[in-house]
Ligand binder design. Structure first.
Ligand SMILES: Nc1ncnc2c1ncn2[C@@H]1O[C@H](COP(=O)(O)OP(=O)(O)OP(=O)(O)O)[C@@H](O)[C@H]1O
Ligand SMILES: [Mg+2]
Length: 413
């Protein structure tokens, strides 16, 4: 839809005399598609978590002994994006806290999302956060970390208790601060007299375990729980449950929910993606002044989300990968280019921008990563007796290409 027609559908038509009518009147007089959009946000935790009974039972049976004062095994939870890991653990912690309060059990639960800025980006901040959780305030900077460790362990050992520390998105933590922190946390149990610590690590990225010391890997993985992707039927139930609360009556039919569920199931079985699709489709329908969400709104929503995701991926690439992508984009001569051509263009970009030139081998690895991210496609082709070479082509639409240039040109030109 053109921008102009969106404006008119809001009631900003040419005839409106702004002096006579309030320009927002039409907007308010219309029935909204949404009853309460918050139910579609990914931060929302529904009362009932669907299709995860098995996983919730598994986690709760491992940590239940804490109610009788025993240290539960450490748990490692793994599963793809949007498979419900975070909401399940939050639900389990909520219920554990509730019952331990009734039961007067000495259990303390600490949940930390390691991707949160200013929480777990340095060992210092992470320790400060843990100390904060047990009621000890420390300055933002300045103390040696071993002092912080000591303070934390002294504080928690003052009384007999079990402490469950959930490190959600633990891969981000390991990448930023290494694995020593985990090692200290797990090892300390043997030195504490009263308190026992159990760690629950959650991730959607298994590759980070390559960076883990073997001992840490095995103690963190005392228990392993895997969250599998949702299928279309499960996603449909999840969407139905949320749609009931989120939309006004008669604004959405079951075929729309099925469509969103099917699209998300085909991708990664990701409930967040399915909910986003439904929300964005609703927003588009509302903007178009439609009284209900139609299939075409879901199609537009799908494109918009894909565009936003790829743009965000490009924006957050490391600078070296951005330089390589820019080298590929810059090669206007043909659709397909070879690694060698990319490398020579890349070198020029580096020199112009005072960027360290990586080896061709490293560049080749980074090209592979761009392929995995779905931004480019690479094919190995045989050149007969001249050996083999890789052909690289861009996988992104012109729309995305324009946006990518808007991001990269200011960085490299
Ligand atoms: N079984 C479910 N029932 C209801 N809502 C769900 C369910 N699973 C996921 N959701 C919803 O989907 C969204 C994503 O779930 P969640 O944040 O738990 O995923 P995750 O596995 O932690 O993903 P990530 O690896 O990206 O952190 C949330 O909005 C959550 O409310
Ligand atoms: Mg999560």
């Amino acid at each position: 839809m053109e921008k102009q027609s969106i404006l008119y559908s809001y009631g900003f038509d040419k005839e409106t005399k702004t002096s006579k009518h309030n320009i927002f009147k039409n907007y308010l007089s219309r029935k909204s598609i949404f009853k309460n959009k918050e139910f579609l946000l990914s931060s929302f935790i529904p009362d009932e978590i669907l299709h995860r009974d098995k996983e919730i039972m598994e986690i709760s049976s491992i940590i239940a002994p804490s109610l009788r004062g025993y240290k539960p095994n450490n748990i490692f939870i793994y599963g793809g994006v949007g498979t419900g890991k975070t909401i399940c653990i939050k639900k389990v912690l909520e219920q554990l806290n509730e019952i331990s309060l009734q039961n007067k059990s000495n259990i303390k639960t600490i949940y930390i999302n390691c991707k949160m800025k200013r929480v777990a980006d340095t060992e210092y901040r992470l320790l400060a956060q843990l100390l904060n959780e047990v009621g000890v305030l420390v300055p933002d900077t300045g103390l040696p970390t071993d002092v912080l460790y000591k303070k934390f362990f002294n504080e928690i050992d003052k009384k007999k208790q079990i402490i469950l520390i959930v490190l959600d998105e633990i891969d981000a933590l390991i990448r930023k601060v290494g694995d020593e922190f985990l090692y200290n946390l797990i090892r300390i149990n043997s030195e504490l007299n009263n308190t026992k610590i159990s760690v629950i690590g959650i991730t959607n990225d298994l590759t980070f375990t390559n960076y883990l010391d073997a001992r840490i890997k095995s103690s963190l993985g005392e228990e392993e729980i895997i969250f599998h992707p949702y299928n279309a039927m499960q996603l449909r139930d999840i969407l139905k449950q949320r749609a009931k609360e989120a939309f006004n009556k008669n604004t959405i039919k079951i075929n729309i929910i099925n469509k969103c569920a099917a699209i998300a199931a085909q991708e990664h079985g990701d409930a967040r993606r399915a909910l986003d699709l439904l929300r964005v489709a609703g927003e588009i329908a509302e903007r178009e002044n439609s009284s209900e969400i139609l299939e075409k709104h879901v199609n537009i929503a799908e494109e918009k989300i894909e565009l936003d995701t790829i743009i965000e991926t490009i924006r957050s690439l490391p600078k070296q990968s951005q330089a390589i992508l820019y080298a590929i984009i810059n090669n206007k001569s043909e659709n397909k280019i070879s690694t060698k051509e990319v490398f020579s263009e890349y070198k020029k970009i580096c020199l112009k921008n005072n960027l360290r030139v990586l080896t061709q081998r490293r560049v080749s690895d980074l090209i592979n990563e761009l392929d995995i991210l779905g931004i480019i496609d690479t094919k190995v082709i045989s050149k007969g007796r001249y050996g083999r070479t890789r052909e690289i082509s861009l996988l992104i639409t012109n729309d995305i290409l324009d946006n990518a240039k808007k991001i990269l040109i200011p960085i490299f030109e």
